[in-house]
Design a protein around this ligand. Sequence first.
Ligand SMILES: *Cc1c(COP(=O)(O)O)cnc(C)c1O
Length: 452
Amino acid sequence: MKTIIEPFRIKVVEPITMTTSEQREQRLREANFNLFKLKARDVLIDLLTDSGTGAMSSDQWAGVMRGDESYAGAESFFRFQDVLRRITGIENVLPTHQGRASERILFELVCTPGCIIPNNNHFDTTRANVEHSGGQAVDLVIPEGRIAKSRHPFKGNMDVARLEALFESVGADRIPLVMVTITNNSGGGQPVSLENLRAVRAVCDKFHTPLFLDACRFAENAYFIKLREPGQSHRNAAEIAREVFSLADGATISAKKDGLVNIGGVLLMRDPALARRASNLLIMTEGFVSYGGVAGRDLEAMAQGFEEVLNEDYLQYRIRSADYLAGKLMSAGIAIVEPLGGHAIYVDATAFCPHIPPEHFPGQALAVGLYRHAGIRTCEIGSVMFGAGGHHVDMELVRFALPRRVYTQSHIDYVAEASGELFEKRSSLRGLRIVEEPTTLRHFSAAFEEIQ
Ligand SMILES: *Cc1c(COP(=O)(O)O)cnc(C)c1O
């Protein structure tokens, strides 16, 4: 059979709101053309992010009911710990409220002023936590990872030669650990190969330096290894994930992605001494070691989510959904970043609206246009997000992020059709200017007006 169906049926439904074109026009104006300021109830299909927006399964909801809310020694913690030990082979498992809490604890422990943390690409919270602890965040993704048109199958790979050169030039004592992000979110959700991870591990061994993974999308990464890496197609995603973790000394994980939950995180460490110090910090700001900032019911939902995410039917459907939308957009003539990453499609806004110069934010114009035309919310990743102070950005993109298990094929068909219709009348899209902006992270709250 060619058709890949959603490998679930629907037990609970959540209505979404149809709006008229006049209503959307008014909402846009009230939000000053900033889609972060829309009320979610005014959005028909929300592709703003894949973080914490997934749907939980009936077994996860059953776990929520079963959650043991004892302060210490809760059964739910032991289940959570067992599942993560089984998936990763890493002994020390600390729950946190989300990925950035794991990062904060890790970097507070390992960073000293002037230290350097190499990564393929730091995610923005990772970079912020490294810098907050006095370190410098260095991105060493392979050159292909920076080129939109490159078809390299593992564009998230780390440049191993540059990593080695960095060790040679600054000395291993300034590099407390090496991090690799799987999949590489800031680089478009691009995967990292097993071969590359083994090579990074070898460099870490040579310089006696630990390797940590930012493993938010470890299951999607494992599935890409199965699909794209020679010699891996016969293995299942769980085996591949297990080998990936076997190369690492620890990991930070946001469970809001491949944990299939709405909130939660994990910090994993092999070194028992480091884990003890991490536990002390955890108790100070997150919570006791057996719940770490979430409820017992959240630990149950995470434990179940981490098991379900490695199901091959799920992963096939997940990766195929992105592929399906990408295919439809491309056949409508819309340019996207290839090859596809796991969790989102990135549309090239410069190619979509060539009549809008970067200083008038083509990505924002496209995102506003999609909401105005069809009630779809996407996210600008370009000059609005990264161009404060006249900073140059390489690409003006609009991200269509796919929440996990939330939308069906007909929702995706609607998104593709609406995007195609907008593409046909793309010359009507108008650029914007910023009329008010905060000093940092302006994309969340800036106010825009349209250029007539
Ligand atoms: C989401 C994300 C984080 C941060 O996790 P939060 O749960 O949002 O705090 C870190 N790294 C990567 C790669 C992510 O995608």
